[in-house]
Write a protein that binds this ligand. Structure first.
Ligand SMILES: [Zn+2]
Length: 439
């Protein structure tokens, strides 16, 4: 499973933080937790298809948590969606959506399935499918608010295919039956028991979404032993009074829930607009629970970090400047590679870019002052930061300049580069949103 924060602000969005929404990707389907304004645009930027949304879970009816819902439903209608869409939330969500549709005179081409949770229920299984379920529990906020836990059911053990083939099992149906725990009979009459071929069941991954709440035992129950807990940390510990007054958590509260629930990874979000430097919150949370990350819009978090390598391929080649052949720059966007121009071996005078000049003309670019900045960032970060986001400004500048310099290079030809002697700093390019569909 992959968790992608789409909006990490609290009630007031800022220039770089959007209203609450978190997407969960699993086996090709997307589950949306809260749907603040801008959630659907952020999905596009994250490379998540809106048509893949299976369920939307709304925590409560503070406007910032559902203000993007009608817009998203409208988009799905314009896309001529046919598949059912499940909407989960506190009682009232059906009335809200149906009233809006009626008001606008929209007749949907797909069916909405509502799952409403009444106040007073302790735990409700709001979705129950063959391989996963989602449960909701009430949290402690100023108004009725739900937290969610998405739990994969235990997965069948791994099949020892070598052993199976030795025993003469070849048909897909036979493998399927064994995986389902059934014994099979081969043509020659030998009976094969499932446990001979199939290993132990593997526990499913889990994700908890807990936002807009003070510390409460239900938050701990939802988060118990999860792979990832997404918990709000609206305020710093210093504003604990304010947190209590408004029904929110401090970074310390989030850490407390994570510790008691023994989650593997705590991701904090839903930050008050007053914090421009979120590391204050991160530091406080880490004092209570070290494996804590700051939610970063569009930056995916994997329940199993090993999956990360398979899905995301490097967009750039990072060259180690401490190695000897460092006299030329050597990055190249992956797309260029696919057109057959390898990034290695053409670092000097190559077509794609021009190694940096020490001196001489072309002052207008003023590039010496602006170079670097992104060289220490990994390629993953470079690919997912969006424009005008905090912390990525420099890299974006770097990227634009790098493409600029490549065309500049084409105009100037090879002569220019022959002057270069100094190593060039690596600039990490970012993939444009339009071209990629990551999940
Ligand atoms: Zn909120």
């Amino acid at each position: 499973m992959i968790v992608v924060p789409l909006g990490i602000a609290s009630a007031t969005p800022t220039a770089i933080r959007h209203l609450p929404a978190v997407a969960l990707w699993r086996e090709g389907s997307v589950y949306l937790f809260d749907c603040g304004e801008n959630a659907q645009m952020s999905m596009l930027q994250a490379g998540l298809k809106r048509s893949k949304i299976d369920c939307i879970f709304i925590s409560h009816f503070d406007v910032d948590h559902y203000s993007g819902l009608m817009g998203l439903i409208s988009t799905l209608q314009l896309q001529r969606r046919e598949r059912d869409l499940t909407l989960v939330g506190p009682t009232g969500i059906k009335e809200f959506v149906e009233w809006n549709l009626k008001f606008s005179g929209v007749e949907l081409s797909f069916k909405l399935i509502f799952s409403e949770v009444k106040e007073g229920e302790d735990v409700t299984r709001v979705v129950d499918k063959a391989d996963y379920y989602v449960e909701a529990r009430p949290l402690k906020h100023r108004r009725f608010c739900l937290g969610y836990r998405f739990q994969e059911k235990d997965k069948p053990g791994k099949v020892d295919s070598e052993k199976a083939i030795k025993l003469g099992i070849t048909e897909d149906d036979q493998f399927k039956a064994l995986k389902a725990g059934e014994n099979i009979k081969l043509e020659d009459g030998t009976e094969i028991e499932a446990y001979e071929i199939v290993g132990h069941q593997r526990p499913g991954d889990s994700f908890a979404y807990v936002t807009d709440t003070e510390y409460c035992p239900n938050a701990v129950k939802l988060a118990m032993n999860t792979n990832i807990l997404y918990h709000e940390a609206t305020f710093s510990n210093q504003l604990a009074d304010k947190a209590k007054e408004t029904g929110h958590s401090t970074a310390g509260d989030a850490a407390r829930v994570a510790t008691e629930a023994q989650t593997k990874l705590l991701v904090i979000g839903h930050f008050s607009a007053r914090y421009t430097n979120l590391h204050v919150l991160l530091k406080e949370a880490r004092e209570g629970f070290y494996p804590t990350w700051l939610a970063n819009e569009l930056r995916p978090i994997f329940t199993d970090p090993a999956h990360e390598r398979g899905i995301i391929s490097a967009k750039v080649e990072i060259k180690d400047l401490t190695k000897s052949e460092s006299s030329g720059s050597s990055y190249s966007p992956g797309r260029r590679d696919s057109r057959g121009s390898s990034s290695r071996g053409q670092s000097r005078g190559g077509k794609n870019f021009r190694p940096r000049r020490n001196s001489g003309g072309y002052r207008s670019d003023n590039r010496d002052n602006r170079s670097g900045g992104s060289s220490s960032r990994d390629d993953r970060g470079g690919s997912f930061n969006r424009d005008n986001r905090g912390g990525s400004d420099r890299s974006n500048t770097g990227e634009r300049r790098s493409y600029g310099s490549s065309s500049y290079n084409r105009e100037r030809g090879r002569d220019d580069s022959s002057n270069d002697t100094k190593p060039t700093k690596i600039i990490t390019p970012r993939t444009s949103y339009d071209d990629f569909d990551r999940f």
